[in-house]
Each structure stands twice: as structure tokens, then as C-alpha cells.
Design a protein around this ligand. Sequence first.
Ligand code: MOS
Length: 739
Amino acid sequence: MSTIGAPVNRTDAWAKVSGAARYTAEHPVAGLAHAVLVTSTIPSGRVLRIDDAAASALPGVLLVMTHENVPRLPPDTRHGKVQPPGGRRLTLLQEDTVHYNNQPIAVVVADTFERARAAAALLRVEYEAAPAALDFGQAKQASYPPGKVQGDDPDTRQGDLQAGMAAGGARVDATYATPVENHNPLETHATIAEWHGERLTLHDSTQYMKGVQRTVAAIFGMAPEHVTVLCPFVGGGFGSKGSAWSHVVLAALAARRLGRPVKLVLDRAQMFGPVGQRPRTEQRLRLAATPDGRLTAIGHDTIAHTSMLEDWIEPCGIVTRMLYASPNRETTHRLARLHAGTPTFMRAPGEATGSFALESAMDELALELGMDPLDLRLANDAQRDPGKDLPWSSKSLRQCYEIGAERFGWRERDPRPRALRRDGKLVGWGMATATYPANRSPAACSATMLPDGTAVFRSSTQDLGTGTYTVMSQVAAETLCMPLDRIRFALGDAHMPEAPVSGGSTTVASVAPAVQAAGRALRLKLIGIAAADARSPLYGATPDRVGVDRGADGAELYLLDDSARRERMADIVARHGAPVEATARAEPGAERQRYSMHAFGAVFVEVTVDEDLGEIRVPRVVGVYGVGRLLNEKTGYNQLMGGIVWGIGMALLEETLVDGRTGRAANGNLAEYHVPVHADVGDIDVQIVDEDDPHVNPLGAKGIGEIGITGVAAAIANAVFHATGRRVRELPVTLDKLL
Ligand code: MOS
């Protein structure tokens, strides 16, 4: 009868397809004014003057907010100085400095969106331009180490890399590059801000309800309880909505200034600067191995760009710290400062980019060794986490390799490049390892049973379109032995019990245990009420002698020693006369110090390459993953498949082209910034191996939001090499690089 794991349809599916699900910008608010963000057109310098005469003269224009008239914020909060991931260094018009092209410099508000946009176009901005650092090659000459890389040192060293390089008979020393990528969720960032006296309500499209609440409260010097943040639906985030960026605060400033609610929606071009991006990276990989394929050295040096405002590092080396066994290992991270928008988390930050370099280099090493790429991975499979020197909480990578190879037909592969042809096209097969940490954070949840026998669970978490509503309802239903349709799971309100950022593939692993704990706490409370009530068949019962089952007409509690003595939970609540509520918190414990926790997978890819046109297609991908317990077969496969689809985009399409003269994204739109569409995606075969992990969390579920993208770009580049004999070390692998 278990609902956990079942391919349950999304509980919000009907709301989504019928349009009943309201996204941030769709909330009807009385008296709403419409704001348009105006951004800089130079990358570096000062805003001298903004002439708003023509804009302000337009009918309906309510406010032109610039650095000259913006309400002043206290100096210690004016950049939004809150710790990441909730807080970023913001640009809130408190100064006239321009740090990057497309930086917010003004907000225009009018009674309609069209009038606001027309007025914004009439602003005349005078700048004093300053020299800008726009060239990555130059900036990296002055690269410097970031303070920390995900809480660890930027550099790690085990053994002696030089000695290990000398000891191996086969060597690879190659540099790989990945471009700037920008998040392009269908729903751009959006905020509606409304003040009620000293209290603020924000509708905001976010991956982190509590982060927005805390950031905004800190900036305005308010108690967090006085800031309401609402976000029942998110139209995709991918990391860019993990932080409250400048526009959120600017909307609130404009609303306060005007004394009426203000809506601010970023346009597509504004997704390319003020709300984060995946930074450009350059990664040097050094590998050496003995003739039987055992790694003697593994080195990974990363340089990534960051902004003038903040040090943000793409942690490419973390995957090299843990993935393969080798006695000698070094990883380094360096930052190169540019006049660019601050980079941020983008799906599998570090692992997506780092696994491209590492898994490409492993393919090159296999070629050097004359060894099958899969056998090379098998020879170096790490029995424990080599970086942390801890056992894995669980690891099914070997099964993933084996099942994947079997389903793909890998063992029939002719190792020679250019050996395979079909329908006049070159065919190539490539593979790579996938991995992502099994993160978990503290989370809380409340559970309320109503007299009608339905139960409502609440947690201030998010559903990014991934299935949070659905899987949490499944966990709640199972915990209370209730059918799914008697459960309501509510999220998207920062006043609800605290949940962490929906980033780092952490929502299920963090919130599901809290849902389970809340359900159990509610059950205990109901038992307590029944046990104290002489009218209940459970009168006098002790909690440890009471069980729960589905009953004939709704979930029932019963005495384990006398199962005829039973009562419906709904009847207990009805007699009680008021809803019964319990709240619980669940958090990771000492097991996090005893085990290294990761999900693993293996990706096998077939590409075809048109020799005349250079066109690359991906007819099939096999991805096999060990991710602990999958809570929903349908939404789970969907997540993993989505990750693979993004991997195809990362490999072949995605690249923000930054104009070297202006520092502006030249393709800041969906016509020229390409993401995969259906025609770009062939057959994707996702498989999950049975994996029982008693350590990651009480559900045994590892996060799956990010692992799907990891390894895919390398597997495709490796397949392209196999097809063509051409090694492309710079993403994306576009046709010009093959001609
Ligand atoms: Mo994801 S990049 O951790 O939001």
C-alpha cells in the first residue's frame, strides 16, 4: 500500500495545465503599479546624470527612481550584506558606480506596464566611463584564490603530484574551457512588493523563501516576522533564484516610496547580468596512470571569473577530490575578476563544469593507455572517499556502469575513432561518470488534522516545478496511513516552519524527513488525546502499544494487543472539537562526519556527426543512477531526464557570448541563446539501481535535481571524439569546431 516510490501524478498537475496555478507576476493585487528595471549600458564607470524629463512627462508615470532620489539605506545593509546563499552583494542605487554592463541603475514605475516600459526607454543616461576588465585571458594573469570553496580550502594536496606524474607511464596534461552560461527558466525573476504600514508582503519567485525574508528584513532593519514572502509556484530556478537579487529590494523601495504595491518583472535580456550566471572556467587536468590503468596522479586547477562585487567560485575541483582513487592528488581554485555580473549557482555548480574536464581527460587517458574508457573507470573506482578518507554511506557506481554498458551495448564498441558509420554519418560512442553530493539541511514541518479527517502539512519550502508538492504529500500520506487525496501539502509561505534553500539537490532529503517527523508527532498527539478520553476505545493506551492502519473508512489507530479496540483519527479530532496540530524538526546528525554521501551514475551517449556540415545529433543516451530511494518514479525519472537534457544543451548549445568591447551579452535572448528543444533530444533511457542507504536521511533518498546534468557534456564530447577523431576541449562543441 506504500505510496512512496509509486509513479504518482503531480498533485498540482491540474492546477498547472488549467492555468489555476498562479506564478508570482500573476497575483492580483489592488492598486498595483508596474515597474521596469533600467540597467547600465556600459561595463565600468559612474552614472553622472539621468535625465528623466521626457520619461516623467509621459502620462501615467509615477516614479523614476535613480541613485539621486532613492531612499537611503543604512550603510551596513546597503549592499544586502547577508551571508550567502540568502544574501548577495547587491546594487541598490545607493551609489553611482557601475560594476558591469546590465547592472540596475534605475526603476521606472507607471500605472501600466506599457507606460513604464515606454518611459524607461526615454531616460537619458550620462556616464563617465572607466576602463573595464573584460578580457578573461588578461584577468587571469592576476588571478587569486577565493577564501573558501564550499567550506573547504581552495587548494588541496595529497601525496606528491609531480612524483605521481613521473611514475605513470601514460599521461594527460590538457586544458578545458567552459563558457558563461545564463539561467533561462521560463519564468523570469519577478517580485510584487506591498507595504502595510511597517509590514511588507512580497510575492517573489524564489528557491529560498526564508532567504528572501531574512535578506529583505536585514536590509530594511525589520524583524523577519514582519516580512511575508509568498511563492506557491516557481517556473524554474536552476540556482539563479537561490538568492534575493537587487530587483527584489528595489521593488520594495519603490513600493514604499509610492505608498502602493509595485510589480517588477525582469525581461529576458535582464536574465543576463543582474541575477547570476555560470562563470567562464578554464581547467587544467593532469592525469597519469600505470599501464594497467591505475591512476598515479590526478590534478585539477580551475580558474573561473567573478565580478568586481563579490568573490564567487565555481568549485570545479570538488569532483576530482572524491571521484577516483589515486595516491597523489591536487586541486586548486583561482578567481579572475571581470566587470561582469556576479556568478552564482547553476545546476550542479562545480560538478557540471568539473566533470566535463575530468571526464574528458579520463577519456584522453584511456586513449593513451589503449584501454577501454569504461575499464579505466572501473580500475579506479574509489572504495572510500579519497579526499575525506571516509567510507561511502552507499555507492552503486559499479552496478551503474555495468547496467548502463549492458543497456547501451557498450561492449560492442570498436575503439578506433571514425570506425563507425550509419546513413552516411559518423557515429561515436562516449561515456562518463556522474556524481553529486547527497546534501541535507535542517528543516521543519507542521501537520494538522482537521475534523473532516483531512490533514494539512506545511513547510516553507519551494516547488521549482520538480514535484515537491507531490512527493511530500506521498510521504505525509504514508506516515499517516492516509490516501493521498486526504492530504494537502502547503508550501511557499515564509511564515511556515523553516525549510532550507531548494538548491544543492537538498529539498527532498531535508524536508521529507521533517514531513515524516511531523506526521509521527501528530499521530502521537492524537494517541495522547484518545488515551486521555474515557469515550475513546483507546482510553488508557500507551503510545508504544498503538499502531496505525488504513482502516475501512479512513486511517485508524488501534491497540497492538487488541486490534478490535480502534478508532478513526478523524473521529478523535471531531470529538476533540478543534484541529490537532503538531510541529517537528528534522536535521542531519553525526552520520555526516562518519560517512561521505554522494549519488553516482554512469552516462553512455551515442552521437552522429555529419562530416560535411559538422552537425552533431544525440540519438540516444543511457543514464543509470544510484540515488538511494526514489520517492516518485514519475517525477524522479523526469528530474533525471531533465538533467540529461540540460547536459545536451551544455555540450552542444549553451554559451553566453559576451561582447569584448562592451561586456554585454550579445545573445541575451532565447532566439540566440540556445537551449535544447524536443528536436535536439533523442531517446533518453534513465534507469535507477536499487540502493539502500540507511545513513543519508530517514527516507534513504538522495537528491536528484543535479546529478542528471553531470558527466553528460563529457560523454558527448568523448563520443564526438570517437566519431570524428577531433578532441574538442572547449564547450560548447559547435559545428565550427569540427570543420
Ligand atoms: Mo541548484 S544550482 O543548487 O539551485
